[in-house]
Design a protein around this ligand. Sequence first.
Ligand code: NBP
Length: 486
Amino acid sequence: MTNSATSSASSKAQIGVTGLAVMGSNIARNFAHHGYTVALHNRSIAKTDALIDEHGGEGDFIRTETMQEFVDALEKPRRVLIMVKAGDPTDAVISELADVMEKGDIIIDGGNSLFTDTIRREAAMAERGLNFIGAGISGGEEGALNGPSIMPGGPAVSYESVGPMLEKISAHVDGEPCCTHIGPDGSGHFVKMVHNGIEYADMQLIGEAYDLMRRGLGMAPAEIADVFAEWNKGELESYLVEITAQVLAQVDAETGKPLVDVIVDQAGQKGTGRWTVKAALDLGIPVTGIAEAVFARALSSAADQRSAATSLASGTLAEAPKDKKQFIEDIRRALYASKMVAYAQGFDEISAGSQEYGWNVDRGALATIWRGGCIIRAKFLNRIRDAYADNADLPSLLLAPYFTDAVESSLDSWRRVVSTATLMGVPVPAFASSISYYDGLRSERLPAALTQGLRDYFGAHTYKRIDKPGTFHTLWGQDRTEVKTD
Ligand code: NBP
């Protein structure tokens, strides 16, 4: 181990990591495990020393204290991965780094930055001759150490320099790395944001499935854990379904109760789900499953409002379905169909973002790198990859033959689950909004025609007709004749 910065060319580091909290230190170790010499830096030296003390023997690390020392420890062009808190701390570190780096050096922001910040930072760094890559990294602590899914966006020329290293430390599925160049500037952070949005939807759908078995069927958490474990052997196989079984099976050591029963039922959020919905609103893309998931977390956290409302009437509630086995199978199918909607919507948002910002994101390649390392990793992503391989211009994932068939075979179950849940008074916002989206998507005519009529009535917003070209307005306040306005 090298434990101090040195100026000799042979002992320079190929990569530097600044920000050595849980994610940064694990990624630094991951680089070292793959044979790279890693320069280490953190604002407070204690974290650098803790990493060296606990894991210094795992590979070649160079301990540095100041930013200048850190940059001097790197071979040229210098490659620095920033793993600090998103927002102002990231700007502060970029600014410090840019002051001591040289033209052609590469800064990689591996934090959960907002993609518009990445666009701004990439442009600012380009003006100074520095290459900036915004890399979404998913997989949490464990992924960072053993192989995350990495979504780098930035200049292609800098990807040539850092791409092979990032690919090496990423997770691999069927020998393929879970890392690929996503596109220019903010594209990497944009797709990471949508990844997290889909993760929100996935978890909300899992929560609704759990609630239907718990409150609806009166099953115990351990029994539901077995159901999820069973589901994980089939088409729902995924990391989140796998760990759901584990969390539900966990017993609290202190009380002897299921752990899920002693956890406060208020879901936290750090912002990426909200960002996904905000960006979707700006792009005009319905991401109803993700939005319901964000709102469901907000409702769960409105503790005072909820406790004031527990006495609200429920109306007459239906009993649970008699055929428990059938209902559990219905829930499984509803979960799978709703999940397909959430992914279809997420990929629509990625297409729209890619078009808006000129990123040319390859959706099939993206599905490929989400198969391993990341939180939404699932068997199902192979299907998405195949769908885009068959038709790169697919208008909706739901129109790919596999998805069309899978939804069709789940439809009866899906409708039964949503209607039964409503009759039993169990909230299923994501299941319900997903099937409504699906029914809206497949409708030949939507009530939007009436909306247009109303808009024309109160605001003279005009409308188009189905039978002739042009734009029209009805003189609602006069004799109600129609005039052509263009
Ligand atoms: P945190 O997000 O908790 O950030 C802590 C790090 O930021 C420490 O190294 C801290 O230095 C540094 N820092 C702060 Br705070 N303000 C700073 C400033 N003004 N100047 C310099 N350094 C500053 O760490 P994390 O959980 O390891 O996450 C790192 C990044 O990775 C974040 O952007 C996060 O969103 C993203 N991410 C996290 C996960 C996850 O599972 N945790 C997954 C994927 C992505 P100090 O030690 O001196 O206070």
